[in-house]
Design a protein around this ligand. Structure first.
Ligand code: GLU
Length: 509
């Protein structure tokens, strides 16, 4: 999943575009590029590898201009070289694209016959030439795009900037996510809220088939049939604060150290730590009516699902099938009205998981999702958004160390809720929380000293390990560890309401 950014602003946009691309690095990429329009001149810089290479190139050879596009590419058509890196340009425009144009070969053959010369091996370049051909035939940019989009098959998020039009960006979505950001006299495009976090937190998400015409004063959004549509402006939770590295060396380190806190926030959706109770109405699915779960996910979310299967079956006594999402919809698994189709995805945008979800929607099945990004497509398409941890949306690392416990704690909250239904006597010591302790918090390196009866030696492994409602006091650091306060979970007695102090390991620079 690559990244797309577009800005029509008031200041020089090239550094802002690179900055926004850096926040999309977590999606993975192999090359990157930026194009701007400066006094009518369309120019671009592109580099293989890390964004640092593009940054360096821009320092040596800067780009001016207050309108521009930025892209991180994850090659599908053509090697990850500078020549294939986006933006792709013609004398009339620059294009960036996320996804695949499935009918690119036939489009390319047709355009070559018309005399258009291709410089790259990418599918994306067909879009550049198709729109250019429409402009060459005398159409204005908006009309040219309107006539081009129906010719494209496949999954795409596209943004186009036109030579001589320094107050116009046009974007389209059919599959990969694309958000429009609202500023004051400035407008933005981004693959997600994280990319645009420092610029704006007011966003509209394009639906599949939508395309949008952005100027400095606003946006007009059209649907697939060409009708103007209203897409609600939402306030995003992807704030700049959450995507900074803080005082950590890298995001992986930061996110590992955030585990206890974020897990406690996630579990707090389900568990009332002060009373040691399951919250009423915590999970919007009525699990009492569910007799089977068919879960599907990809990658790390799939591993979280495997752990979830164990929890649901062991704790909640609910049978669970788990599939890799790319297989799920081809399996045509028989599902009854009492089954819950459960889709797990960190980003809420995973293409195969989303396709499986839509397949189940068409079958009229009972659907739930567990996602970390509440503005994501999967979260928006479904009523039963089971887990939406308040502080876990803006993740930068794709590591199992972070996502598995966070997604897993959402699942645990659900299984705990069902467990409470099954066995009222266990409400004070949610088994899900006990399991979470063993499988996740130890990873975070919480070593503790109890303070309820004064300081005692550090607890032995297997005694008191998990800490919920943790507050880290980074000012109180000693010998590479940060002071932390929270509620302990005792291995046999379940949740303990007392506040205690602990030290979490933190790696000094
Ligand atoms: N298919 C396009 C390419 O290979 C875009 C890939 C992407 O999503 O980054 O250039």
């Amino acid at each position: 999943m690559c990244g797309i950014v577009g800005i029509i602003g008031r200041e020089q946009v090239a550094p802002l575009l690179v900055d926004a691309l850096k926040r999309l690095e977590y999606r993975g990429y192999d090359s990157a590029g930026v194009a701007t329009l400066d006094f009518g001149v369309l120019d671009r810089r592109r580099a293989e590898g890390k964004l640092g290479n593009l940054d360096k190139l821009l320092k040596e050879n800067p780009l001016g201009g207050t309108i521009g596009l930025g892209h991180t590419r994850w090659a599908t058509h053509g090697a990850p070289t500078v020549r294939n890196a986006h933006p792709h340009t013609t004398p009339r425009l620059a294009v960036i694209h996320n996804g695949i144009i499935e009918n690119f070969a036939e489009l390319r053959a047709m355009l070559e016959k018309d005399g258009y010369v291709f410089e790259t091996e990418t599918d994306t370049e067909t879009v550049a030439h198709l729109v250019t051909r429409a402009l060459d035939r005398g159409l204005a940019p908006v009309e040219a795009v309107r006539q081009t989009l129906p010719q494209l098959r496949g999954a795409f998020a596209i943004a186009i900037m036109f030579k001589g039009e320094d107050n116009l960006l046009i974007a389209a979505r059919n599959g990969p996510p694309l958000a429009v950001g609202y500023g004051e006299g400035e407008m933005y495009l981004g693959s997600d809220a994280i990319a645009l976090a420092p610029f704006t937190d007011h966003l509209s998400y394009l639906e599949d088939g939508d395309w949008a015409v952005l100027t400095r004063s606003g946006v007009i959004i059209y649907d697939e049939s060409g009708e103007i549509v209203d897409r609600p402006v939402q306030k995003s939770a992807g704030t700049a604060f959450l995507v900074s590295k803080g005082n950590h060396r890298h995001f992986m380190e930061k996110e590992i150290h955030e585990q206890p806190e974020v897990i406690s926030h996630t579990l707090a959706n389900y568990l009332d730590f002060s009373k040691g109770m399951i919250r009423a109405g915590a999970a919007p699915v009525d699990f009492a009516k569910v007799d089977r779960i068919a879960a599907s996910a990809c990658g790390t979310a799939y591993y979280a699902g495997l752990v979830g299967k164990y929890w649901f079956e062991h704790i909640a006594r609910l049978p669970v099938d788990i599939d890799v999402a790319s297989e799920f919809r081809y399996r045509e698994m028989p599902l009854s009205k009492n089954s819950l189709a459960l889709f797990v995805s960190q980003s809420g945008e995973t293409a195969d998981t989303l396709a499986s979800l839509r397949y189940c929607k068409q079958q009229g099945l009972n659907i739930g999702t567990i996602v970390n990004v509440k503005e994501s497509t999967m979260a928006r398409e479904i009523q039963h958004r089971i887990s939406n941890p308040r502080r876990s949306g803006s993740r930068r690392c794709l590591d199992q160390g972070f996502h598995l416990p966070i997604i897993g704690s959402g699942i645990a909250g659900c299984s705990g809720r069902q467990n409470a239904r099954n066995d009222q006597r266990r409400r004070r010591a949610p088994a899900c929380a006990r399991t979470i302790r063993n499988s996740t918090l130890c990873n975070a390196g919480v070593e503790a000293r109890r303070s309820d009866r004064g300081y005692q030696p550090r607890t032995q492994p297997g005694q008191t390990r998990a800490l919920f409602g943790a507050r880290h006091e980074l000012s109180a650091r000693a010998r590479g560890r940060a002071q932390t306060q929270g509620n302990f979970l005792y291995s046999r007695r379940g949740l303990c309401g007392r506040r205690v102090e602990a030290w979490t390991n933190c790696i000094d620079r």
